[in-house]
Design a protein around this ligand. Structure first.
Ligand code: PLP
Length: 814
């Protein structure tokens, strides 16, 4: 895009700071994400400011990457440098939306705006598939439908496109009016309305009215014949309807087995083979059929294409792979836009330095293959992909000279010629169009564990971090504990997220946990809480900072530091205030001070202590006593050594209950993982981990028959038993079985019957209509670890850290 500076400024009400010379400039992309490796001299970066995130904080880093055009709102954060131009506006999000509106106005093509409660992404992806033969389509990538996602999607519009498909979501009032001018739909689609996501609205009518704001200037809207929609229609609009119950609608459908018989305009009737028969799939099919009819597609084309619709995978996941690899599974789509999203995801979540991409032919309607693969090559180079494997005739033909690495004509050829053991210590993005069946590759690369997985919601982790940060003053630093493998969740992936969120320190228990983080590329300061003397050398080599808790340990550490000629190596002094675990007692402080006074090989970066009962009201006086003693001890050390170290004492419950003692830093642990020590706190957190598996076998037993070792369960009536492949060796406490333990199947409680075995357990599913292969939830949002912990008289910490390493971790973002 070539942008004329004066016009741009006038449209955005922006003032230029920095290089005033440029009359116009050329950009290739708009970015709001500092982590995208595509950020370069052709990027226009909008420094968005959210309640917990400030894009201005990344300006310096971005300048280093070559970015020279910024839209900012906070002049004080500007870094003056030759060649760097800032557009200063009141509100950067508003400016992003205005700039997108400005871009949208350049195009006079049909644009389909899709909103509703459920099915937006599926309908958009399906229409993309259904219409792609005739149109060159620009669509929202993944589910980019928010206040930032919509403008970013619209910025993708370019000359070659002949139709736009954009989804639009809102979470509260007054949002749609900002998005409507950006999309300017010429055809509106409203998908299923449900009562989900109602929180931001006073009532359902208000929510629907707000959604319909998208269509204030749209001549035609398609949707279900629903009185709630009809009541909210803009006055000048024609509403074309479908229904599964009302034969007076424009398109009336009846499901018969896996066929859908439709009646259009009350005269034309035809039958469509359904690819899926669940309720929402049928509704989404009705929407797509009606759209095609309105767009004048012949019935034969509709019939031929609808039956080929496929399941849309909405989120990218990181899976644990063989040979210490991790796998990003995107074996469902291979359009150009989603490739850069997947590469971004790879960059954010990779746990290895080596990046590999297995890529099929790429689809991008509107571009000549030659140019397309040049762009693909540019992407892969920008993301510094070390190893690229291409599968497909077209990518082989056009990418041979540039994209490099290895080519295979088909997935089967690749599988025949390449042993998966060639992949070691890599993060592998597997990205291919569905027809390539890359799921076969994924299943070979995935670590062969059973079907049990611990799913970790990274978005929820971010939410929880922000919740605790909201209790703190802006200047208070955060340290996050990722010890014990991130409380059982996986330390590298979580540390990567925390690093981006700019936490000040990470805390691990042992040196090797810290070394693993460094090897994965984590640069944030790391404190080792239980350093062992034998690990000191390695700690220095990997820049890990020790907690110092005794004279003996300090002396040993000083010796190593001196041997290595280190100077002012950071250390953290732990003082004992009542926990009686480790730390310096008051009587030892003078000796400690005497040693430190005469050493410049170490520097006291922080002084801290640990509360024993911050979650227990009854020990409030004791806790306040700990604070007082800490205050005294730390002040004494500071005065004697004439230093200003960081002071910190609060853990999760401390932040919640004693925020006024936050001092310079807090140490967040369990709360990050969605577990609060009090019901009120818990309500404001989001669930992070879900441990799930699948039913192995279902069988019926008769009255008086028994289940499991020791015959501890006897059926009192004919009973249906499901066997589930998870046991105490996976971390399911055996006592849970005999203390009212249960799992969830189809969101219903299935009581554990008999004794939990090492690798299996059995549940009573008499009341549940379930089959082999159905999902079983061991814990998660609807069965929190707090319930299990209470029943078996332990704490959730023990439940989550017990999940064995043989259970595969899968990370995803919403
Ligand atoms: C584990 C730990 C924490 C975090 O405790 P939570 O209760 O999980 O918040 C804080 N400080 C120290 C020293 C710890 O060992």
């Amino acid at each position: 895009m070539n942008i004329v500076t004066a016009d741009f400024c006038a449209y955005l009400h922006a003032e230029v700071v920095g290089d005033k010379e440029v009359e116009h400039f050329e950009i290739h992309r708009v970015s709001v994400d500092s982590r995208t490796l595509l950020n370069d001299s052709t990027t226009l970066f909008f420094a968005l400011v959210g309640p917990n995130h400030d894009g201005h904080a990344y300006i310096e880093e971005l300048i280093r990457l070559g970015v020279t055009y910024f839209v900012v709102s906070d002049q004080s954060k500007i870094i003056q440098q030759p060649g760097v131009t800032y557009f200063v506006v009141q509100d950067t999000l508003h400016a992003l939306q205005q700039a997108a509106t400005w871009h949208r106005k350049k195009f006079d093509i049909p644009v389909v705006g899709i909103t509703g409660s459920r099915g937006k992404t599926v309908v958009k992806e399906w229409l993309n598939f259904l219409l792609s033969n005739e149109y060159s389509i620009i669509k929202s990538p993944k589910s980019y439908n928010s206040q930032t996602g919509v403008p970013l999607s619209v910025f993708g519009m370019a000359e070659q496109h002949t139709i736009g498909l954009f989804e639009v979501g809102i979470s509260t009032i007054d949002e749609m009016k900002h998005l409507q001018p950006i999309v300017q739909p010429t055809l509106g689609i409203i998908t299923s309305l449900t009562s989900e996501h109602q929180d931001g609205f006073e009532n359902e009518e208000q929510k629907i009215r707000e959604k319909m704001e998208l269509f204030v200037h749209t001549p035609i809207i398609l949707g279900e014949k629903d009185s709630r929609i009809i009541a909210a229609l803009p006055p000048t609009t024609t509403f074309i309807t479908w229904s599964l119950t009302d034969s007076n609608s424009d398109l009336y459908g009846q499901v018969k087995g896996d066929k859908l018989i439709v009646l259009y305009n009350k005269v034309e009737t035809f039958t469509v083979e359904l690819p899926f028969t669940d309720e929402f799939a049928v509704r989404n099919c009705m929407t797509c059929i009606l759209t095609m009819l309105v767009m004048k597609y012949p019935v034969e084309a509709i019939q031929a294409r609808i039956k080929k619709l496929y399941a849309v995978e909405l989120r990218l996941q990181v899976k644990k792979g063989i040979n210490n690899c991790s796998i990003i599974d995107d074996a469902y789509s291979s359009d150009f836009q989603s490739l850069s999203i997947a590469l971004d995801f790879l960059e954010k979540h990779r746990s290895n330095a080596n990046k590999t991409v297995i890529l099929s032919d790429v689809f991008h309607s509107g571009l000549e293959p030659k140019e397309l693969y040049q762009q693909v090559n540019h992407l892969l180079t920008s993301y510094q992909i070390g190893k690229v494997i291409c599968i497909g005739e077209e990518i082989g033909q056009y990418g041979k000279d540039s994209i490099a690495m290895r080519f295979f004509a088909s997935t089967d050829e690749f599988l025949q010629k390449v042993s998966m053991d060639e992949f070691v210590d890599e993060t592998i993005l597997v990205k291919g169009a569905r027809g390539f069946r890359f799921d076969k590759i994924v299943s070979l690369l995935e670590e062969k564990t059973h079907e049990t997985v611990l799913e970790i919601n990274l978005t929820a982790i971010r939410h929880n971090l922000n919740f605790y940060r909201s209790k703190l003053k802006p200047e208070t630093k955060t340290m996050v504990m990722v010890k014990a493998f991130g409380y059982g969740h996986g330390s590298v992936e979580i540390a990567k997220l925390l690093e981006h969120e700019k936490v000040s320190y990470l805390g691990v228990a042992f040196a090797d946990e810290g070394i693993a983080l460094r090897k994965a590329g984590i640069k944030t300061n790391i404190i080792v809480m239980n350093p062992e003397i034998s690990a000191f050398s390695a700690m220095l080599a990997y820049d890990l900072e020790p907690e110092i808790y005794s004279i003996r340990e300090l002396q040993a550490f000083l010796q190593i530091v001196r041997e290595k000629n280190a100077y002012q190596y950071p250390i953290h002094i732990k003082v004992e205030t009542g926990m009686h675990r480790h730390g310096f007692v008051v009587q030892e402080l003078n000796e400690l001070i005497a040693i430190l006074k005469h050493s410049n090989s170490v520097e006291v970066k922080s002084i801290f202590s640990h509360l024993s009962s911050s979650d227990m009201d009854i020990y409030q006086d004791f806790t306040l006593g700990q604070m007082e003693l800490f205050e005294k001890s730390s002040t004494y050390i500071k005065e004697q050594l004439q230093i200003q170290p960081i002071l910190h004492i609060l853990n999760t419950s401390g932040i919640f209950n004693y925020a006024s003692y936050q001092m310079d830093m807090v140490r967040l642990g369990i709360g990050l993982y969605g577990i609060g020590n009090d019901a009120g706190e818990m309500k404001q957190l989001r669930n992070v981990g879900t441990l799930k598996t699948r039913i192995m076998q279902v069988k019926e037993i008769d009255t008086a028959e028994s289940v499991g070792y020791g015959r501890r369960f006897r059926a009192e009536h004919p009973t249906k038993i499901a066997t589930v492949p998870i046991g105490y060796a996976d971390g399911i406490h055996r006592v849970w079985g005999s203390n009212g333990g249960y799992v969830l199947i189809q969101n219903q409680k299935a009581p554990i019957t008999g004794s939990i075995c090492m690798d299996m357990l059995m549940v009573d599913v008499t009341a549940i209509n379930c089959r082999e292969g159905d999902e079983v939830i061991i814990f998660g949002e609807d069965l929190p670890t707090t319930i299990i912990a209470e029943a078996i008289h332990t704490i959730p910490y023990e439940i989550i850290t017990s999940v064995s390493q043989r259970v595969k971790r899968i990370f995803f973002e919403e």
